[in-house]
Design a protein around this ligand. Structure first.
Ligand SMILES: CC(C)(COP(=O)(O)OP(=O)(O)OC[C@H]1O[C@@H](n2cnc3c(N)ncnc32)[C@H](O)[C@@H]1OP(=O)(O)O)[C@@H](O)C(=O)NCCC(=O)NCCS
Length: 244
């Protein structure tokens, strides 16, 4: 196991569990399961097409009893990294706070897993950089500190001082492949460094080629693969050095 992974203490938990309660999150997330599944499917069809959506939906529905996936963890050392924030006048970039309900709603519409918990995260110090095309959401990057919950691993992790975790980066479909995610990343790098953050982590499924390719392009190093397995009440996460 690589050094960088050895000191990643993960603690088991379930979605909506300890971390959310601790941070007072989850209020307002009163959608029924069919509504949540439908919204998730509609967004996935838009993002990934029907075949992938059916696969992802099946895996989501089976989640409580069976799940198997590989989640890649990556990291960038911001103290040693040359950050270039390109000039870009196409979008308005800003950090939002918990009172910006309009933008939060736009984010929750494209990232339904954040519904009902984004305000709590922001109130607890998470950073959310948003790019807008006039008043329309174009993309965002949400970053958290300290105690975080990683839904795809169903694990909690405590990040130390000087560390941060990228909870989600997303660019709305109409604005993809024009460099927006790269700009969001570089702007976040610059803000994190200003705040004294040295190590910035993130993760994604190894099947998410777009996210992994972006990750490499902006300078992250892939450090570990976390293999998640759930069978009924049994679940485990095994780490190994990232390959390929
Ligand atoms: C991943 C995502 C954020 C990329 O946003 P983007 O604004 O299109 O990315 P950029 O235009 O800055 O592209 C940067 C690099 O990422 C890679 N990339 C982006 N989209 C890609 C795709 N569909 N296929 C392969 N590589 C891709 C390329 O290397 C690209 O560099 P290039 O244009 O010089 O080839 C976007 O596709 C997205 O929101 N996906 C859904 C949400 C998601 O999966 N988020 C990541 C979860 S952590």
């Amino acid at each position: 196991m690589p050094d960088s992974v050895r000191d990643l203490p993960f603690v088991e938990g379930t979605l909506g569990g300890l971390a959310r309660k601790k941070h007072g999150e989850g209020k307002g997330a009163m959608k029924t399961i069919p509504q949540m599944v439908f919204r998730r499917m509609a967004r996935n069809v838009r993002d990934y097409g029907l075949a992938t959506t059916l696969k992802k939906t099946l895996s989501y529905l089976l989640g409580p009893i069976f799940g198997r996936r590989v989640y890649r963890i990556y990291r960038i050392d911001l103290s040693a990294f040359e950050i270039e924030v390109p000039d870009d006048s196409r979008f308005i970039y800003r950090f939002i706070d918990k009172n910006d309900t309009r933008t939060m709603r736009q984010i929750e519409d494209v990232a339904e897993w954040l519904e009902g918990c984004l305000a709590g995260k922001l109130a607890n110090g998470s950073l959310c950089l948003v790019a807008s095309d006039e008043s329309v959401l174009a993309g965002f990057n949400l970053v958290s500190f300290g105690h975080v919950y990683i839904p795809l691993l169903r694990r909690h992790r405590l990040f130390r001082d000087g560390e941060a975790w990228s909870e989600d980066i997303m660019v709305c479909k109409e604005y993809r492949r024009i460099g927006l995610a790269s700009i969001l990343r570089n702007r976040i790098f610059s803000e994190l460094r200003r705040r004294g953050i040295k190590r910035f982590y993130g993760g994604t499924l190894i099947s998410n080629t777009a996210a992994l390719s972006l990750t490499r392009k902006v300078g992250f190093r892939e450090i570990a693969d976390a293999g998640y397995l759930r069978l009924m009440a049994f679940s485990r996460v095994r780490f190994r050095r990232a390959r390929g």
